[in-house]
Design a protein around this ligand. Structure first.
Ligand SMILES: Cc1cc2nc3c(=O)[nH]c(=O)nc-3n(C[C@H](O)[C@H](O)[C@H](O)COP(=O)(O)O)c2cc1C
Length: 251
């Protein structure tokens, strides 16, 4: 038994500052293969991965995300929920399949498949010496991303991932996670609000200390404060409309 993969995963932190070096195609191919090895719901494989090395396209996507590392990286991936190929099969199918991908279940399946494939990639990339950051910021303007990437109906851009060799002065570190017993419930869900509150308070102190140490006291917010601020700012409320336009969530 080895704890190699465990130790590798425990070292993860998002990297937002990369060297300019482009990731070689051989590595990109291996990374995508690693992604493809993930399980998929009923073997449906309801995702595509778009690899982006064209600086002009990166620039256009950066305008959507507002984040410099969408351009300044060694490679960029965009993960797409993709039923386009299933829609092609449907054209000649004996019985209509569309209900399946136009349903809420279809959305869950596509999102889960794409996410499982995506998450095999950082694990492999970090072992190769690369760093990554996911980019939900591409959903700031789904219509524009569809245009830039020429996405057809029955596809939806879920998130991006910037990758590269971490810059020499990149100084990220693994962020604390919620206490294990707070996220890991044994046999049944733990509804006990008092014990949930106690773990949250303990975690708030851990996070506040973490930020304080990393920023020499400039940041001291707790996790609850950070989450409350983020979740009370209404974000991307056009997703249902965008999903409907792409042919999803009709049932
Ligand atoms: C689906 C998804 C979307 C994300 N989008 C962004 C993003 O747009 N910009 C960014 O800087 N980080 C983004 N992140 C990174 C998270 O902020 C980061 O994973 C989280 O703070 C935990 O930090 P860690 O990855 O260093 O452990 C995203 C992460 C996920 C999983």
């Amino acid at each position: 038994m080895s704890d190699y993969v465990y130790n590798l995963l425990k070292k993860h932190h998002s990297v937002r500052n990369f060297k300019k070096e482009v990731i070689p195609e051989t590595h990109i191919k291996q990374l995508v293969e690693a992604g493809q090895s993930a399980s998929t719901s009923s073997y449906l494989q309801t995702y595509s991965i778009i690899g982006i090395n064209d600086p002009e396209i990166k620039m256009q996507l950066k305008e959507v995300s507002g984040q410099p590392y969408v351009v300044e990286n060694g490679y960029l991936f965009v993960f797409i929920m993709d039923y386009y190929r299933h829609a092609i099969i449907n054209e000649n199918a004996e019985h209509d399949m569309a209900t399946s991908f136009e349903s809420a279940e279809g959305l869950l399946v596509g999102t889960i498949d794409a996410t499982l494939a995506a998450q095999n990639i950082p694990a492999t990339a970090e072992d190769m010496g690369y760093g990554i950051v996911y980019l939900g910021s591409l959903r700031n303007d789904v219509e524009r991303v569809r245009e830039i990437l020429d996405l057809p109906e029955h596809t939806f851009p879920l998130f991006g991932m910037a990758m590269g060799i971490p810059a020499d002065d990149e100084n990220g570190s693994p962020k604390p996670r919620l206490p294990l017993e707070h996220v890991f419930h044994q046999n049944r869900y733990n509804h006990d609000k008092e014990s949930q509150r106690q773990s949250l308070e303990a975690f708030d102190r851990t996070v506040s200390d973490y930020y304080s140490k990393r920023t020499n006291g400039k940041r001291e917010e707790t996790w609850s404060q950070q989450i409350a601020q983020f979740m009370s700012s209404k974000q991307r409320l056009d997703m249902l409309e965008q999903l409907n336009k792409a042919g999803f969530i009709k049932k």
